[in-house]
Design a protein around this ligand. Structure first.
Ligand code: FES
Length: 84
């Protein structure tokens, strides 16, 4: 999992590009988009959606919550698991 700080808001996605598995944590950030370091696909960090080729699929997105000194994650479609 890679966690990005976009204007003070944390976004977590799988740290593996959906094209060939490059570490997105090594990518360049531009606004809320990250560019894959291997072949240049871009992903929207707010959704995990692919924005440009050669990646055609989204990367998994996680809900993020700060609890004390912990960063807690849950699959975005299971965000209710973060509720107390
Ligand atoms: S591994 Fe990311 S675009 Fe190819």
């Amino acid at each position: 999992v890679a966690i990005f700080n976009v204007d003070g808001e944390l976004h977590a996605v799988d740290d593996a590009c959906s094209h060939a598995g490059a570490p997105l944590s090594q990518g360049r950030i531009d606004g809320s988009a990250v560019t894959c370091p291997w072949h240049g696909a871009t992903f929207d960090l707010t959704s995990g959606d692919s924005m440009s080729p050669p990646a055609s699929g989204a990367v998994r997105k996680y809900a993020v919550r700060i609890e004390g000194d912990e960063i807690q994650l849950a699959e975005a479609n299971g965000a209710s698991r973060l509720e107390p």
